[in-house]
Design a protein around this ligand. Structure first.
Ligand code: SF4
Length: 113
């Protein structure tokens, strides 16, 4: 499969495929690209950002996953964000939902409110 590496502005075009049961990446110009291509082939992950309801306020709280989560779990993470309601005060980095959607990753606040 063809992939554009998103680790830096150079945007190298990668080709990633399984050969003899192992992920093989070509087209990268540094080790980060090779690592990214392998991950995209075997277990693609993404950071997820969104908004969470704040009790008693119209303005929502911006949040993000503390680390990248598997792409196949993104819908569940977004659903967890939709279901959550936080109480103020909240500081940047506060855990809003631990182990969000069973990913092992926490959902954290990205603003002070
Ligand atoms: S392979 Fe390396 S140089 Fe190329 S886009 Fe990815 S990080 Fe940048």
């Amino acid at each position: 499969m063809k992939i554009i590496c998103i680790n830096c502005p150079k945007g190298c075009e990668l080709e990633a495929e399984m050969k003899d049961g192992k992920p093989v990446v070509t087209g990268h110009t540094c080790p980060k690209g090779e690592e990214y291509g392998r991950a995209e082939l075997v277990n693609p992950t993404r950071m997820v950002t969104g908004l969470v309801r704040v009790a008693g306020m119209r303005k929502p709280l911006p949040v993000k996953t503390k680390a990248a989560v598997p792409k196949k779990k993104i819908d569940e993470v977004l659903f967890a964000m939709h279901q959550a309601t936080v109480q103020l005060p909240v500081r940047i980095g506060d855990v809003i939902t631990s182990n969000v959607a069973g990913t092992g990753v926490d959902l954290v606040a990205t603003a002070n409110m």
